[in-house]
Design a protein around this ligand. Structure first.
Ligand code: ADP
Length: 480
């Protein structure tokens, strides 16, 4: 039962129903048109016959006086002239009164068909119709034509010619049979073919529902074959595939972000475990000793304090990173970069820490930023240069280019290796040389700088040729 409720069957039934109605309407129209043509052409033949006989009759009696000819026309003589093998003739007065009648030679009945008095009178007064139909007492029908006989303009009589319609009826009956058999054959063919055609047209829909099922079950790589035709189903298939690609992409992004989150948690745990293990080690050592000399205690406490400070820094870095990566917009205010970077560098007193610092700060370049966050970017870049390019020159510049503001640091340190360069902004990534804990940090400094700059709709980039120093540029949108 469900099968017959399917779209395929409903479309097939609709299609067949429509076809049946059209065939029926077409058949009926064609039948009546053919009937009219047959009747009219037979009526035309009768009129031509009449005209020929009338002209010949007048020519035969041309030598006689007009009154005699008129009397002959209104007599049995003319009626007899008019009849033929299948044609019956009659002469009637203009009021429909019968003057003379002659059945056809082959007529089975001696009765000549008659019309109503009204028909005869109307025909005499105006023009007769192209043809009339008369039904005899025995039920047989005849096709009748009337010709008006005039004296000048006055109608003096009607000449009636009629033939039985059995020949025409046979032709029409054959026509009906051909139409019925033809229509039934067309319907049968449509009944056989349309489920196949409709099924074929709807196949992509079935495929789409199967594919949707597989997508729902988690197979996001599933797609449907797009039919070559650019019809509604083709458009739907394209839209379906776009949707499937969108779902696939969304899940891929989710999978990647889950993967990143797992890495992040693993890396963070690993980083926190190191100082914790170290502190636990000191506590263990101290706990095992019955007597601890003051120097050892001092040294252990100092080491534990260092590890705890390291842990605090790490936790603070993680908090900063999550705050800026969460996508929450920082609270911004106009910041004039030359003044701001100058003050930040003064506070860092890089010269005291062994760097050769120089500045080229273009005045008036203004951005809208969270000053605390922006200061952290400057600090992280400066501290990296102190760590990885100790004693080298740090050249700081602020400028405006391509409609953006830039803060740039160029150092003359050892630079960054080609393997490290693409990864230095990743969380917990430490360059080859920085893996030694005495110099290296936790690998979060540049990731934090990146997250802050990006939270301000900016970008940060690094370039370096090994042995020739490193350049870091933070690009920020200019304040409107
Ligand atoms: P870290 O905590 O290791 O400093 P960062 O994210 O700040 O982490 O830096 C990532 C890596 O980039 C560092 O380990 C280092 O290898 C490299 N790096 C950063 N700044 C410089 C620099 N000025 N010169 C050379 N290498 C640098």
């Amino acid at each position: 039962m469900a099968r017959f409720r399917s779209l395929r069957w409903r479309l097939t039934c609709l299609y067949l129903g429509l076809l049946a109605v059209l065939l029926l309407a077409g058949g009926i129209a064609q039948y009546f048109a053919a009937r009219e043509v047959l009747f009219r052409s037979n009526a035309d033949v009768l009129v031509s016959e009449y005209n020929a006989v009338f002209t010949a009759f007048k020519r035969q009696n041309a030598s006689r006086p007009a009154t005699v000819v008129r009397a002959l026309i209104l007599s049995q003589t003319f009626s007899d002239e008019l009849r033929s093998r299948r044609t019956s003739a009659a002469i009637l007065g203009p009021n429909g009164g019968l003057i003379a009648s002659t059945p056809a030679t082959l007529a089975t009945s001696p009765d000549v068909p008659t019309l109503t008095i009204q028909d005869y009178r109307t025909a005499a007064l105006s023009r007769p119709k192209a043809y009339y139909m008369a039904t005899a007492a025995d039920g047989s029908t005849s096709l009748v034509v009337l010709n008006v006989i005039r004296n000048g303009t006055k109608a003096i009589a009607l000449a009636q010619l009629s033939i039985p319609t059995d020949d025409i009826d046979r032709t029409l009956s054959l026509d009906r049979q051909v139409a019925v058999i033809g229509s039934l054959s067309v319907l049968l063919l449509a009944l056989l073919l349309s489920p196949l055609i409709v099924g074929r047209a709807l196949r992509p829909l079935k495929q789409m529902s199967d594919t949707a099922g597989k997508l729902a079950a988690g197979d996001y790589k599933q797609r449907v074959a797009v039919p070559r035709s650019s019809d509604e189903i083709g458009t739907l298939a394209v839209a379906f595939n776009q949707m499937a690609a969108g779902i696939d992409q969304a899940f891929e992004v989710r999978r990647q972000s889950e993967e990143q989150m797992r890495h992040f948690v693993a890396d963070a745990s690993h980083e926190l475990r190191t100082p914790l293990t170290s502190i636990a080690g000191y506590i263990d050592v101290l706990g095992r000793r019955e007597v601890v000399d003051p120097q050892t205690l001092q040294a252990s406490l100092a080491a534990m304090q260092q590890e705890s400070a390291r842990m605090t820094r790490l936790v603070n870095d993680l908090l900063t990173l999550t705050r800026f990566e969460s996508g929450r917009a920082p609270s911004r205010q106009p910041v004039v970069l030359d003044r701001f970077v100058g003050e930040a560098l003064d506070e860092l007193s890089l010269r005291d820490k062994g760097a050769v610092e120089s500045r080229d700060l273009q005045p008036g370049v203004t951005v809208r930023a969270d000053p605390e966050a922006l200061k952290q970017v400057v600090t992280n870049l400066a501290q990296n240069a102190l760590k990885y390019a100790p004693g080298a020159e740090q050249h700081w510049s602020v400028f405006q280019a391509d409609g953006r503001a830039a803060i740039r640091l160029q150092d003359t340190g050892p630079g960054i290796s080609r393997q490290d360069l693409p990864h230095i902004f990743e969380r917990f990534y430490r360059g080859e040389k920085a893996r030694d804990r005495s110099t290296g940090g936790s690998g979060l400094g540049l990731a934090i700088a990146k997250s802050i700059v990006e939270a301000h709709q900016g970008t940060i980039e690094a370039s370096s040729e090994p042995g020739q120093g490193a350049t870091f540029t933070a690009w920020l949108p200019l304040a409107a």
